[in-house]
Design a protein around this ligand. Structure first.
Ligand SMILES: Nc1nc2c(c(=O)[nH]1)N[C@H]1C(S)=C(S)[C@@H](COP(=O)(O)O)O[C@H]1N2
Ligand SMILES: [Mo]
Length: 211
């Protein structure tokens, strides 16, 4: 499939969901610079994890607490999303084609959410790493649990076999090695948020630190 880092809607197959930011004339948020490479960034490196061992737990304020294994996860309908990726350390990687399962579909696999659910804690397999995300951002049309990037299975260093991707927020909210999604009523800081990173993290508003 043809695509490019600065592809526009016209260049992409109709089935691809475009993140709204990819339609902006200026795609680099304030204080960011563009990188062509894809840097690897995480707190403690990849866990030892094969797809066969991988499970995704859907917990907290879901109607039916559920664990999906790799095979069950792959049976869910897929989406493709074209989006930009902004790291709070000031690099931006434009034009990523992600493939995986929409966060909306993931939530349906647990029978939907209880009405009190307002935030999500995404848990990584890397030793208790977490991040908190407002439900509205988590459930945006372009948020997904991704298994592929630019047509290739997601590399372990980038969060394979499956990572969360929340294109509307800084990249630290896109949990690699996703192991559990915990739906909660009251916001609670995750790993970086406890260290001062922003509870929301909108790159266009430079929500780098604080509330
Ligand atoms: N599980 C987990 N997810 C994580 C992290 C981490 O340490 N553990 N780091 C975050 C940070 S700070 C960034 S910038 C992005 C980087 O993703 P990349 O390494 O694929 O570029 O992953 C995010 N997701
Ligand atoms: Mo980051």
């Amino acid at each position: 499939m043809f695509f490019h880092q600065t592809a526009t809607a016209e260049d992409l197959p109709a089935e691809v969901i475009l993140s709204p930011d990819t339609r902006r004339a200026e795609r680099i948020p304030p204080g960011q610079s563009r990188t062509e490479k894809w840097p690897v960034l995480d707190a403690s490196g990849p866990p030892r994890l094969s797809a066969e061992q991988w499970q995704l737990a859907l917990a907290g304020l879901v109607n039916t607490p559920t664990k999906l294994d790799w095979k069950q996860f792959l049976e869910l309908p897929k989406v493709k999303v074209y989006s930009d990726f902004h790291c709070v350390t000031r690099w931006s990687k434009l034009g990523n084609l992600w493939e995986g399962v929409s966060t909306r579909t993931v939530v349906e696999a647990a029978g939907g959410l209880k009405p009190e659910a307002h935030f999500v804690i995404a848990h990584g397999y890397d030793g208790g790493w977490t991040t908190n995300i407002p439900l509205e951002m988590f459930l945006a049309e372009d948020s997904l649990v991704a298994t592929h990037h630019n047509g290739e299975p997601l590399a372990l260093e980038h969060g394979g076999p499956a990572r969360l991707v929340v294109p509307r927020l800084y990249a630290w909210k896109s949990a690699k090695w996703l192991g559990a999604l915990e739906f909660i009523e009251h916001d609670r800081p995750g790993f970086w948020e406890k260290n001062g990173y922003h509870m929301n993290g909108d790159p266009w508003r430079e929500e780098r630190f604080g509330y």
